[in-house]
Design a protein around this ligand. Structure first.
Ligand code: LLP
Length: 484
């Protein structure tokens, strides 16, 4: 039987330490000695920390597998489109991040919006995760999954009275406040409910995250947070005027899919002195540095191979680099540090499987029409997001053709890839859109009255159906025609 996610937190620490000693090039990664023990693919069942950490999608016997499960058989049993996630990968990501932050008093609050399936929340809860939520609906999910509101933070610019009451009654760890108007409102709601509200202001540090404009949040022109220059004053006023608030922390989040450490460092260096001041003045107990750690979207499958990391010119941000740069800057604060990773935890742990319905050879392009569309995965349409596409059946040779992979939705923006060089794909062939575990299903819709796909969570050799495919009746549940 293959071994996949098999290392303990202590072992990761040990390996990181050894790696540092042996070679700076390999700092935080498996050592050359470890590397030589491995075959180049994930199919080796390697026990390397690094190897395990990316994801567990790999070819085995000519077919794409997730951990020990053949995706072809999953598509046969459950149909397509189908989301498939690797439990081992998610656990491994949590373990690595937790270990990397080990020197800090820290709390990982998984950003539920990335993937909110109950089974995923339950899995992370069992690992010890807290949660970062942005709605009453997400809080409901966290609680249904057995998650602890006392380890959860509530973000978002437009919280309603009902949501604030719900969070207070649930015993939320902190409500992260995005405006002065909201601060005053939370004080009022807290008074009416008779529960003091633990809050943290979200500071907008005005730092360029260098990411897509729709997922950049830390610049003054973005709607998020309170201007850096005003934060001191707002805390001062809150301490004097709002008796129903507990000033518990300070929060920031500069954007998502950050592939360089620079903006994180810039933001932490800018905000840390303010945090220290607020600790002295108001006794705040935590500083949340938000989420945003980027993942690999290009070469997604190959990045599972250790060799890829050595040969790839532009190395994406690793969790080891993230921690090596930030921990020393955060430790002197002597506060609890919160992180809110979403994509890092689940992004590379999931794929969306779809099947080619038709080939259409136009005068300008060749289109492969598949049975999934922007309703199931909107990232390419919304952010021009790139998702690698790999055939489920391993191609026998290296022949390729340039094609567009398009969905069935009546929109020109309904594509998964344009002018992409792919192996030949015939009608009936199945493909996987890689790195679809984050912001895939959670952003899906019923547009064009298409039912939601099913979701499978693979754990070792066992696939678990964690969400049934919607049936047509689900599409009209709750709807009513006029009487008469
Ligand atoms: N904390 C806050 C306050 C956030 O707004 C977000 C994400 C996170 C944490 C988690 O960020 P992450 O670690 O996942 O980067 N739908 C877009 C991403 C939107 C992110 C929104 N906020 C996408 O598909 O790329």
């Amino acid at each position: 039987m293959l071994r996949f996610f098999c290392i303990s937190t202590a072992e990761i620490r040990l390996r990181r330490g050894r790696a540092k000693l042996r070679s700076s090039k390999h700092a935080g990664f498996p050592t050359p000695a470890a590397e030589s023990r491995q075959s180049p693919g994930l199919d080796s069942g390697s026990s390397s920390a690094y190897h395990c950490a990316m994801h567990s999608f790999h070819y085995e016997n000519g077919s794409l597998h997730c951990e020990g499960v053949d995706l072809q058989s999953l598509a046969d049993d459950h149909g397509t489109p189908l989301y498939v996630y690797s439990a081992g990968t998610i656990r491994d990501h949590f373990t690595r991040l937790d270990a990397a932050l080990g020197e800090l008093d820290h709390m990982i609050c998984y950003a539920v919006k990335a993937n909110s399936n109950l089974a995923i929340l339950d899995l992370l809860r069992r690992q010890g995760s807290g949660f970062d939520i942005v709605s009453g609906g997400e809080l409901f999910r966290v609680q249904k999954a057995g998650g602890d509101a006392g380890k959860s933070t509530f973000a978002g610019v437009g919280k309603t009275r009902a949501e604030i009451e719900q969070a207070l009654r649930a015993g939320i760890y902190s409500i992260n406040v995005e405006s002065e108007a909201e601060l005053a409102f939370i004080d009022q709601v807290a008074a009416s409910v008779g529960i003091q509200a633990p809050v943290a202001l979200r500071v907008n540090p005005n730092v360029d995250a260098g990411t897509h404009k729709y997922i950049s949040t830390g610049k003054s022109e973005n709607k998020f947070g309170i201007d850096f220059e005003r934060v001191r004053e707002v805390y001062g006023r809150a301490a004097q005027e709002y008796p129903n608030l507990i000033l518990r922390g300070l929060q920031m989040h500069i954007g998502s899919q950050l592939t360089s450490i620079k903006p994180f460092v810039e933001a932490v260096e800018k905000v840390a002195p303010l945090v220290a001041e607020l600790k002295d003045a108001h006794g705040i107990e935590f500083f949340s540095i938000g989420g945003g750690i980027g993942i690999v979207y290009q070469d997604s499958l190959d990045s599972g191979k250790l060799a890829w990391w050595d040969t790839h010119a532009e190395k994406p941000l690793t969790i080891e680099e993230y921690a090596a740069e930030l921990v020393p800057r955060l430790k002197p604060l002597g506060l609890r540090i919160l992180v809110e990773p979403g994509r890092f935890m689940v992004g590379n742990a999931g794929v969306l499987m779809t099947q080619v319905l038709y080939e259409k050879r136009g005068s300008a392009k060749t289109f492969k029409v598949v049975d999934s569309g922007m309703n199931d995965l909107i990232r390419p349409a919304l952010y021009e997001g790139h998702h690698d596409i790999v055939p489920i059946k391993q191609p026998a040779d290296t022949t390729t053709e340039v094609v567009d992979i398009v969905g069935p939705i009546c929109e020109s923006g309904d594509f998964f890839a344009q002018d992409r060089e792919l192996p030949p794909l015939a009608e009936g062939d199945r493909i996987a859109l890689m790195s679809a575990g984050a912001y895939g299903f959670t952003m899906a819709s019923n547009y064009n009255s298409r039912p939601f796909p099913a979701e499978i969570l693979v754990d070792g050799e066992t696939p678990h159906l964690i969400r049934k495919r919607q049936v047509l009746d689900d599409l009209i549940a709750g709807e009513q025609v006029l009487p008469g």
